[in-house]
Design a protein around this ligand. Structure first.
Ligand SMILES: Nc1ncnc2c1ncn2[C@@H]1O[C@H](COP(=O)(O)OP(=O)(O)OP(=O)(O)O)[C@@H](O)[C@H]1O
Ligand SMILES: [Mg+2]
Length: 591
């Protein structure tokens, strides 16, 4: 019987979507030469084809072994997982029929692969090339990538940041400086300040300590949910929180009354409505309420100020009162006198320059007359309305304990904006947003209950309905909350050496291709396995390498090269200066 040159062997058993294949003894060397090219047979991760009349079933080899019963004949057995079929000329995921015993199995040639990957229809983004055949481009579906969320996982140094930079560039450009997606809305939360170096030409960079060409990052305290803000400013105290919320609500209502053009009905305002209020005034009012004494019993219009003891909200000078008299003598005690610790903490926060971007947010800071020079629309417009398709929010140098609150707050603002703009033409539902979250394990662990995690959870579950997609990046997938990871429709996994992490990724990769996933520890840097919604097939591929000058600022230190340089005495003043300035780029401290 004459076989086609691609003939590999025959099906010996079928169980669910996995088939066992006995390799024909004719392929002794394990090599097949087709169209002048040598193909290695039975490589884990490579494809096989099982013709079924007009259709072809496709599978991926997950295991290769020797037949136990036929060892002297040296028969090889391949195990493959069926993944899709070509009907006519279109490849579709999933299978409509199963192969039968003794069906022929063929090696997949480049031409076959082109059939699968070749029809570069709209919305397919080329992200790299197949590991097994360099000439075949790998593309992914942008709509599914954004709508169904994704994760990029891999051990430290596996090439995640570099791959993300390459992937984002692939999405918005053709890698030739032409922007193909000028209206893209991608917001990248850059925890280590690595990405400006890689994507500066196609992004707007916001930072707390901006370098040249970067913009100041502000997030007005009055957009942060009041409970979180209060906890940050004063710690936990139930009584204080109630009073605080009451004062916030009053001040927000006052703002709305003074700005009738906003047209907000009084009864619709709550403590969490994003309206400005004067934080320093609230500190003053709380101090007043806590310490006040009255000249006349129960007369709340008769505060017993000390001489010159009125204080001043703007300059954070507390009001001072004459202490209550003994017995029934005036003045009379008014306040509980029990919040001084919390109010001192609040004052020190208000004075701390590292929180200026939050507590004194420049144009968004209401002045003493309760006026702001820019409103929230200007902020959202800065973040997502720029002509550059990517916005990088550089959160490096942010105190770790606060990272969650700030990140969570930005996510909160963007997600609320998405929800309320869902019927508008420029809303995210019309023109969606992709949120890229670096170092996700830091704020998405199972035992964390911070604002960032609540928001990411919510986005993972409901984001699709409002046009908000997320992409998580992490080196410790086992530390990420399982519900969140399981909502990621597409998973790119780079090299993962740690077994616990690998098992988590295996469980999250829905395609049941354990064979391919087992190659996770041996992937090369920049090489990944992609499975899920956005990939036509699970595949092992190499991300496009960024051009020179477009790498993120995350290069491995060159140990041997630099340790072998001639010794020179060095001066550590700049070290200390940067540290003291809390600014890695500003050694002179001139800002
Ligand atoms: N495709 C690639 N080919 C060659 N070198 C690469 C490739 N991708 C990344 N590298 C190099 O590998 C090193 C680590 O890359 P990268 O910073 O992207 O890793 P990472 O996975 O983000 O690490 P971490 O988890 O620590 O942030 C860098 O020096 C980078 O230049
Ligand atoms: Mg990284």
């Amino acid at each position: 019987m004459a076989f086609e040159p691609t003939y590999l062997g025959k099906v010996t058993s079928v169980s669910g979507a996995s088939v066992n294949i006995e390799v024909t003894p004719q392929i002794k060397s394990g090599l097949l030469i087709i169209e002048g090219r040598t193909h290695r047979v039975g490589q884990v991760g490579s494809f096989i084809r099982i013709p079924q009349g007009y259709n072809d079933l496709y599978g991926v080899i997950s295991e290769t072994s020797e037949s136990p019963s036929n060892t002297d004949l040296d028969t090889r057995i391949l195990k493959a997982e069926l993944v899709g079929e070509v009907i006519g000329s279109d490849f579709e995921r999933g299978i409509g029929q199963y192969p039968s015993i003794s069906d022929e199995v063929h090696l997949v040639t480049e031409n076959d692969l082109k059939k699968i990957y070749g029809n570069n229809t709209n919305g397919q983004i080329t992200v790299g090339r197949l590991s097994s055949s360099d000439s075949i481009k790998v593309s992914i579906d942008l709509d599914s990538l954004v709508n169904k969320h994704s994760a990029i996982l891999g051990s430290t140094g596996a090439g995640k940041s570099t791959s993300v930079a390459s992937l984002l560039r692939s999405i918005v450009t053709n890698h030739q400086d032409n922007v193909l997606m000028p209206s893209a809305r991608i917001v990248l939360f850059d925890i280590h300040g690595e990405y400006a170096a890689a994507l500066g030409d196609i992004s707007e960079v916001f930072s707390i300590s901006p370098s040249e060409g970067e913009r100041n990052f502000h997030i007005p305290y009055w957009c942060i949910s009041s409970d979180n803000l209060i906890e940050f400013l004063c710690g936990q105290n139930e009584n204080l929180r109630n009073k605080f919320n009451e004062l916030i609500l009053e001040d927000k209502k006052k703002f709305a009354r003074e700005h009738p053009e906003l047209n907000i009905k009084d009864y619709k305002i709550t403590a969490s409505t994003p309206l400005p209020f004067r934080l320093k005034q609230i500190w003053y009012d709380l101090t007043f309420v806590d310490n006040v004494t009255w000249k006349e019993k129960d007369k709340t219009d008769s505060p017993a100020f000390k001489e010159d003891g009125m204080g001043c909200a703007e300059n954070l000078i507390p009001p001072r009162f004459t202490p209550p008299g003994t017995g029934s003598a005036p003045p009379f005690k008014g306040g509980p006198n029990s919040w001084s610790k919390q109010l001192d903490l609040m004052k020190s926060r208000l004075l701390d320059s590292q929180y200026k971007f939050l507590l004194e947010p420049s144009d968004w800071n209401p002045d003493k007359d309760n006026k702001i020079s820019k409103d929230l629309d200007a902020l959202v417009s800065e973040w997502v309305g720029s002509s550059k398709p990517i916005t990088i929010i550089d959160l490096s140098g942010m105190p770790t304990a606060r990272l969650e609150l700030l990140l969570g707050s930005v996510l909160d603002i963007l997600f609320e904006a998405a929800i309320w703009s869902r019927h508008l033409e420029n809303g995210f539902k019309q023109n969606p947003i992709l949120l890229v979250l670096e170092e996700a394990h830091r704020y998405l662990s199972s035992d964390n209950s911070g604002l960032a995690k609540q928001m990411v959870r919510r986005i993972a579950k409901e984001g699709r309905k409002f046009g908000v997609g997320s992409m998580l990046i992490s080196q410790r997938p086992s530390e990420i909350d399982e519900t969140i990871l399981s909502q990621c429709g597409t998973i790119f996994s780079l090299r993962i050496t740690n077994a616990t992490d690998r098992n988590r990724v295996k469980a999250a990769m829905s395609d049941g291709l354990t064979g391919i996933v087992d190659s996770l520890p041996v992937l090369r840097t920049g090489e990944a396995i992609v499975t899920g919604e956005a990939a036509k097939l699970p595949m092992r591929f190499k991300f496009r390498l960024p051009k020179d000058g477009q790498f993120p600022d995350s290069q491995d230190p060159k140990v041997s090269q630099n340790w072998s340089l001639k010794y020179e005495e060095s001066d550590f003043k700049d070290f200390i200066n940067c540290w003291r300035q809390q600014d890695a780029k500003n050694k002179k401290g001139d800002k």
